[in-house]
Design a protein around this ligand. Structure first.
Ligand SMILES: *[C@@H]1O[C@H](CO)[C@@H](O)[C@H](O)[C@H]1NC(C)=O
Length: 405
């Protein structure tokens, strides 16, 4: 009896996802939001889901300075597979669109200092109807991905029941660990179960996944971003404590560089994702992105904030009647990231605040760098009334550090 109890406990604790990966939120590129399930390579050869697309993005990541900033994942999403598994039951890429195969693609990424992510879906079919990973194929698919040299797996949840998901996500986690290859694991599970307890067990997720989608897919619109930000802020008491090094909430891709956001709104998405300690996976066309949008995504201080080693997710600490919201994220060395977010329409709003109202009072004196404007604000005590001018649907973002004299 005692022996069985001991074996049971050790067996359970070995479920913890101790792959050592994603100690900071992953950065890179993911195909879905921008390129969807475009498989029409005949009429749209440069924008269809094919090895060319991923090679193009890899080349841009290297040539345009992204890789040096940390954007190293190139992640495939749905629609890369052939319509059927092969005779051995293995999943294979579409032979016309990925003639070189996935292993060659992974080798290319590795030779350029990048990593390759791939997608599957727990169930008979993926969301777009391609071959999924049913329970009896979990180990085979994990093995196949490892053999190809894959570095991250996103496991979606279309066409599976709550029971199958409960078994399947743990099983894939164990299977990936069992391959011996370091493969980060991104789980869509909570998004299929409403994203909240009791249906979602965040303690379990932290043990089996490196990151998880909690909520709806993002689309290329300001409305979609507001919906996501509101949902995460509304449920921050549940969501904020479960994030940390190796296990992140994922509010979905950065859509900066596409069609739906103004420059102010693009700055807002980047700032809010950074304080939320969110994965920075861009879904855009790096071949055509403008310099202005690139500057937002390549802002070193914002990236440093997102990648802070403490890995504490920020919180919305104020929601004013004036429709100004303030988000604060604690960083190492007693520093903070602060985002003043303007939900108003009309003219830029002058917002008065103090650090005391944001509960920042550890140091007698602080200074702040305005992350987008670049200038320094000196001499901030906890009770200094300061004023920030925030553009409509925009942000002012500060990197606040204690000042010693
Ligand atoms: C904000 O502070 C300035 C002084 O810094 C003051 O003139 C102004 O009236 C304040 N605005 C509000 C709404 O309190």
């Amino acid at each position: 009896m005692a022996l069985w109890f001991w074996i049971f406990c050790v067996g359970t604790s070995s479920l913890a996802l101790e792959n050592g990966l994603l100690r900071t939120p992953p950065m890179g590129w993911l195909a879905w939001e921008r390129f969807r399930c475009n498989v029409d390579c005949k009429n749209d050869p440069t924008n269809c889901i094919s090895e060319e697309l991923f090679l193009d993005m890899a080349d841009r990541l290297v040539a345009d300075g992204w890789r040096e900033l940390g954007y190293i994942y190139v992640n495939i999403d749905d629609c890369w597979m052939a319509p059927q598994r092969d005779e051995q039951g293995r999943v294979t890429p579409d032979p016309d669109r990925f003639p070189g195969g996935i292993k060659a693609l992974a080798d290319y990424m590795h030779s350029r200092g990048l990593k390759l992510g791939i997608y599957s879906d727990l169930g008979d079919k993926t969301c777009a109807g391609y071959p999924g990973t049913p329970l009896d194929k979990v180990e085979l698919d994990a093995f196949t991905f490892a053999e190809w040299g894959i570095d991250m797996v996103k496991l979606d949840g279309c066409h599976s029941t709550a029971r199958e998901q409960y078994e399947g996500y743990s099983r894939m986690s164990r299977a990936l660990l069992g391959t011996g290859r370091p493969i980060a694991f991104s789980c869509s599970w909570p998004a299929y179960r409403g994203g909240l307890p009791p249906k979602v067990d965040y303690k379990l997720l932290g043990k089996i996944c490196n990151m998880w989608r909690n909520f709806d897919d993002i689309t290329d619109s300001w409305n979609s971003i507001l919906k996501i930000v509101d949902w995460y802020a509304l449920h921050q008491d549940v969501l904020q404590p479960v994030a940390g090094p190796g296990h992140w909430n994922d509010p979905d891709m950065l859509v900066i560089g596409n069609f739906g956001l103004s420059i102010e709104q693009a700055r807002s998405q980047m700032a809010l994702w950074a304080v939320m300690a969110a994965p920075l996976l861009m879904s855009n066309d790096l071949r055509t992105i403008t310099m202005e949008e690139r500057d937002i995504l390549q802002n070193r201080l914002i990236i440093q904030i997102n990648q802070d080693p403490l890995g504490i997710q920020g919180r919305r600490v104020l929601k004013e009647n004036s429709k100004i919201e303030v988000f604060v994220r604690p960083l190492e060395w007693s520093s903070y990231a602060i985002v003043f977010f303007n939900r108003r329409v009309g003219r830029p709003f002058l917002y008065n605040c103090t650090l005391a109202r944001l509960n920042i009072r550890k140091s007698k004196l602080y200074q702040a760098t305005d992350v987008y404007a670049g200038h320094l604000i000196r001499g901030l005590t906890t009770n200094t009334v300061f004023t920030v001018a925030i553009d409509p649907s925009g942000v002012v973002m500060w990197h606040l550090t204690p000042y010693f004299y």
